[in-house]
Design a protein around this ligand. Structure first.
Ligand code: NDP
Ligand code: MG
Length: 388
């Protein structure tokens, strides 16, 4: 394992992935320390995390939280900063060993770019960054020699299957999907879906946004795009299979017909651990894995008619440019409106489809183009929802 303690920066430490990552740091104090923690508004939790972990820096996005934290934390121990610009500047100069991006949505994009441009190792949970600007992110990572290690369980599984393998020998990546809470719900019943129903994921406990994305299968569409960029495999060679038990986290088929899979209980602790220790492993207490108790593993094809977001994600890859950036922006606005009960479940799906049709498109985007398309698509989606 490491010969010196690893200083970890967690962007989004107050979220589901952030809290689980801090639990690992707490359990392994000789291996890891929290160097930077950030959040959007949840300053009371960030405050408690700062007292428990003594990070050198914390960054928050809201002024009220900034005032509270500045007043109540010892400046000798923890420096408090406000806002995204301060965060990006800090990340560029930061002396740390790994940046774990556990922020949700577009908010992860610029801090991740700052981390890559300063050559830092990235543990990437914030898949939206690759959905929005995968081409740019991967080329910057190459240019600045910044390794990107996936935290997402499917991509962690694929990375583990690929250890010791050559990319030219891959014939197919197979991403598994639980199918979400509406796997067996008929399209005609989609109109009755309430926010509370969509927030009940059968296997995983996650933040609200990704839980809704799992219910529409947008999450699997995003993971398709994420896999395309991380592993450089053409979208026609990436399959998605529904596997309701979430025990097989993904598979790789090779040109000789051999297939490798990675299995484990549905716990994000395992892929987070792997991202923190890669290419090594850490001894860590995890609940017993008992195949006899699991009994059966089942599989079926996804239904792209009931879940059109999957089809849209394939189309985004085929079209390239800023198309996936628009998909993400429209989806963020639509999910937020659904969570706030401004639109129905079906309305959320329609807003994404319609926004994509109306959005502007740039074939070979620079960072300014991604930001502009993101902004414009958000405007279009907002208009579709609120100004009918
Ligand atoms: P949560 O909603 O639980 O947490 C999000 C974190 O991001 C919080 O710390 C939140 O701060 C912070 N945040 C939100 N908006 C902003 C903003 N505008 N600026 C800065 N920080 C912000 O999300 P999850 O932990 O569930 O997911 C995080 C990422 O990981 C997502 O991209 C998701 O797709 C991915 N992922 C998550 C998995 C999971 O099991 N949860 C599994 C695989 C991937 P605050 O608390 O103040 O709001
Ligand atoms: Mg996943």
């Amino acid at each position: 394992m490491y010969n010196k303690k690893q200083k970890i920066a967690i962007l989004g430490s107050t979220g589901s992935i952030g809290v689980q990552s801090l639990e690992i740091i707490k359990q392994k104090p000789s291996l890891f320390s929290a160097h930077l923690l950030t959040c959007n508004k949840n300053y009371m939790l960030l405050y408690r995390q700062a007292l428990d972990f003594n990070p050198k820096y914390i960054v928050i996005n809201c002024e009220e939280g900034y005032r509270f934290l500045s007043k109540n934390l010892n400046k000798e121990k923890t420096i408090v900063l406000l806002g995204e610009d301060s965060l990006c500047k800090l990340i560029e100069e930061l002396d740390c060993d790994l940046v774990l991006t556990a922020v949700v949505g577009r908010a992860g994009l610029l801090p991740t770019i700052a981390a890559i441009k300063s050559g830092k190792k990235i543990a990437l949970a914030n898949k939206e960054t690759l959905v929005i600007a995968g081409e740019l992110i991967m080329s910057l990572a190459k240019e600045y020699n910044a390794p990107i290690i996936p935290v997402d369980s499917e991509h962690s599984a694929i990375l583990q299957c690929l250890v010791g393998e050559k990319n030219k020998n891959i014939s197919k990546l197979i991403l598994t999907a639980s199918g979400g809470p509406f796997l067996n719900c008929s399209k005609s019943d989609f109109k009755n879906i309430r926010v509370e129903d969509a927030l009940k994921h059968p296997n995983w406990s996650m933040g609200n946004k990704i839980t809704i994305d799992s219910a529409t299968l947008m999450n699997k569409g995003f993971e398709l795009i994420e896999a395309y960029w991380l592993f450089g495999v053409h979208e026609k060679k990436i399959d998605i299979v529904i596997h309701p038990q979430s025990i097989i986290h993904s598979l790789v088929e090779f040109i000789d017909g051999s297939i490798k899979a990675q299995l484990g209980l549905p716990s994000m602790t395992i892929p987070i651990l792997y991202a923190l220790s890669y290419p090594d492993r850490i001894n860590y207490p995890i609940e017993d894995f008992d195949l006899a108790k699991i009994q059966s593993l089942t599989f079926l094809n996804p239904d792209k008619t009931r879940f059109p977001h999957l089809r849209l994600a394939y189309e985004c890859l085929a079209k390239g440019g800023t198309y996936a950036c628009s998909l993400n922006a429209a989806n963020e606005i639509a999910v937020d409106a659904f969570l706030n009960k401004q639109i129905s479940f079906l309305g959320m799906i329609r807003v994404v489809e319609k926004s994509l049709e109306k959005s502007i498109f740039v074939q070979n985007p620079k960072i300014e183009d991604y930001l502009c398309v993101d902004f414009e698509t958000r405007k279009i989606a907002t208009q579709l929802i609120y100004k009918k």
